[in-house]
Design a protein around this ligand. Structure first.
Ligand SMILES: C[C@H]1O[C@H](OP(=O)(O)OP(=O)(O)OC[C@H]2O[C@@H](n3cnc4c(=O)[nH]c(N)nc43)[C@H](O)[C@@H]2O)[C@@H](O)[C@@H](O)C1=O
Length: 331
């Protein structure tokens, strides 16, 4: 049975990918930052499965800057597939901490590629890239050949990493792929991202536990899909006869207002009665429309997004209501 190594295993995508790979019979190794203890709750269920934890699921500690430890882990685990999901992924925060963002997201990926390049038997490598590489895009929807025009430190770091992956594929013959993922959400999404911030607030307001929600710009348009489907695409990419890059998206864009509408409608409320604007959440580059064309992924991988708005918001709000209700039952 194959072995996979996942960086960023404790994140939203890492946890769904781990479940998918375990289901397929893989042994899964994950690299965890020492400091990410709280986020490990996404893997909680798996830790409690005696047939899995420490039998087919193993965690190793290393920071993305620690090449020596990562190399040692790779040599020990000998993975067939390496999913590189780790990095600083908050676009707004990347304006506050551009150096950290570039160190983790851009240089972190280059360091991984350098380690993989030196291995006797390099694993198949997947880098999670982002629609942010397109930035103020010249065309809508964007596809694999759309020129990169990033306008955020995060987007610039991802563009660097994406091009490095392509370079290591073309120049050093690595089986290295970019999954150019558009926004993908779920009940496991971090609460600092707009979708989860909204669904959590809609749930809390409906239960009488919150009375307002402060947001930044409502004008940005995003292509929001469902994270468990996106990790399916990542896995399929590494099963192909040749390495390549793929846009992974729903093909439909919505404004933040549309997401608010879908979330608050789920609990029978009007978002306009609760939402206020707070300049702290505004970004220097706003109003960008990012929507992806994944026809190549459909053609080659047989992949297509099924869950879109409003269903996505409904899934998340219902889950938040259940979580908040069970928290209050424990009080
Ligand atoms: C594909 C891409 O997807 C994600 O990046 P993102 O699109 O920046 O996601 P977000 O949820 O932070 O913002 C979406 C939109 O919502 C607006 N917005 C308004 N008010 C708030 C607000 O209060 N908080 C946040 N976070 N955003 C807000 C914000 O200005 C933007 O227009 C990451 O996974 C990233 O890693 C990635 O690769």
């Amino acid at each position: 049975m194959p072995t996979a190594l996942i960086t960023g295993i404790t994140g939203q995508d890492g946890s769904y990918l781990t479940e998918l790979l375990l289901e397929k019979g893989y042994t899964v190794h994950g690299i965890v930052r020492r400091s990410s203890i709280t986020a490990r709750q996404r893997l909680d269920q798996l830790f409690h499965r005696p047939d899995v934890y420490d039998k087919r699921l193993f965690l190793h500690y290393a920071d993305l800057g620690d090449s020596t430890t990562i190399r040692r882990i790779l040599i020990k685990c000998q993975p067939d597939e390496l999913y590189h999901l780790a990095g600083q992924s908050h676009v707004g925060a990347s304006f506050e901490i551009p150096e950290t963002t570039c160190d983790f997201t851009a240089m972190g990926t280059l360091r991984m590629l350098e380690i993989v390049r030196d291995l006797e038997k390099p694993p198949r490598f997947l880098h999670i890239s982002s629609s942010e590489i397109f930035g103020r895009a010249e065309e809508c929807p964007q596809c694999e050949t759309t020129p990169m025009r990033p306008v955020t430190p995060y987007g610039i770091a991802k563009a660097f990493a994406t091009q490095m992956v392509a370079l290591y594929r073309d120049s050093f013959g690595l089986f290295a792929c970019n999954a150019i993922c558009y926004n993908h959400e779920s009940p496991r999404r971090g609460e600092s991202f707009v979708t989860r911030k909204i669904t959590r607030a809609a749930a809390a307001i409906s239960l009488g536990r919150q009375d307002s929600l402060s947001l930044g710009s409502l004008d940005g348009r995003r292509d929001w899909g469902y994270a468990p489907e996106y990790v399916q695409a990542m896995w399929r990419m590494l099963q192909q006869p040749a390495a390549d890059d793929f846009v992974i998206a729903t093909g439909t864009d919505h404004s933040v207002k549309d997401f608010l509408q879908a979330a608050f409608e789920t609990v029978g409320l009007r978002w306009e009665d609760y939402v206020t604007q707070d300049p702290r959440f505004l970004r220097p580059s706003e109003g960008i429309r990012l929507v992806g064309d994944s026809s190549k992924a459909t053609r080659v991988l047989g992949w297509q997004a099924a869950v879109k708005l409003p269903e996505l918001a409904q899934i998340m709000v219902r889950d938040d209501i259940a979580a908040l209700s069970s928290e209050s039952n424990q009080d």
